[in-house]
Design a protein around this ligand. Structure first.
Ligand SMILES: [Mn+2]
Length: 302
């Protein structure tokens, strides 16, 4: 058997066989395998290929048993890493537009800095105002970190510089780690939504999800960024900056189900999955459950 023959069957089943070149596909996928901004442990650059590699083994059904057959997923591949950080982010921003032409753009990071060019692309694809749901252990609200304004610790500061987002349309869920300047910024901007991991534990995820829906009501489009370290390390050990005391996979699925069904979500990124730091692909499998959930929610929101 040639190498080509041995890889063909798996390729045919990419995204569980839902992969398709149709420009009118419901989902547009783009991988951004960049982890140059990771401050602690690297490896997120391996996530897009690992996640895709697992998709032939995922059944094309939602967790409720609804078939995804007929859903079309157009995968634009990865934006190959360029050592010139500025040029790379410009390329990511340009390439993201293709995926944003689909009803839902799915972006696979990469570390959380990739949300900077992705949200720029999103911002210019939206006619009105947009909202941002940031699910993470960390706020990523530092103005600069380790000498860079494009660090994965600065993501939401850069997002708030975009012309068509108001800080009252930024909501955090899962937070349990802070830095001084982030707390200062939050103090100066009390309209920003903040639901810590403990809030989720005390109030329950449904109550938090309703608060998110209320806060983002009225925006034209919503961007959801999921840093996998929002999950407890028990559910997602393969990540560069793990923080104990986090959300369960179930919490994130329930939150996103409500948000996708009640708000105009047009982009989802999943960042900071680090396959080299993972065990038995637990973290990639968690990301895939969210992705296939999104596939089903996009469909039922039609
Ligand atoms: Mn984080």
């Amino acid at each position: 058997m040639t190498t080509k023959d041995s890889i063909r069957p798996a390729h045919r089943r990419l995204w569980s066989g839902l992969a398709c070149d149709d420009p009118s596909s419901e989902i547009g996928v783009l991988g951004v395998p960049f982890d140059g901004a990771t401050s602690f442990r690297k490896g997120a650059s391996f996530a897009p290929s690992k996640i895709r590699e697992l998709t032939p083994h995922v059944a094309p059904y939602t967790e409720d048993g609804t078939s995804l057959a007929g859903l079309r997923v157009r995968d634009y591949g990865d934006v190959f890493v360029d050592l010139d950080w500025e040029r790379y982010f410009k390329t990511v921003e340009a390439r993201a537009q293709q995926a944003l032409n689909h009803p839902l753009a799915l972006f696979l990071g990469g570390d959380h800095s990739v949300t900077i060019p992705l949200s720029r692309a999103f911002s210019s694809s939206v006619n009105g105002r947009f909202g941002m749901l940031h699910i993470d252990a960390h706020l990523d609200l530092a103005d600069s970190f380790e000498g860079s304004r494009w660090s994965h610790a600065c993501t939401q500061r850069r997002v708030l510089e975009l012309p068509n987002i108001d800080s009252r349309h930024l909501v955090f869920v899962g937070i349990r780690s802070f830095m001084d300047d982030e707390l200062e910024f939050l103090h100066e901007h009390p309209q920003i939504g903040l639901h810590t991991a403990r809030d989720v534990y005390v109030r329950g995820i449904d109550d938090v999800a309703q608060s998110v829906v209320v806060q983002l009501q009225g925006v034209e489009s919503v961007y959801v960024t999921l840093d996998i370290d929002a999950l407890d390390p028990a559910f997602a050990p393969g990540t560069g900056t793990p923080e104990a005391g986090g959300l369960s996979t179930r919490d994130v699925l329930e939150l996103l189900r409500t948000v996708f069904l009640d708000l105009p979500v047009r982009a989802l990124d999943i960042v900071e999955v680090s396959p080299p730091l993972d065990h038995a692909d637990i973290t990639s499998v968690a990301a895939l459950r969210v992705i296939y959930g999104a596939f089903g929610w996009v469909r039922s929101a039609d």
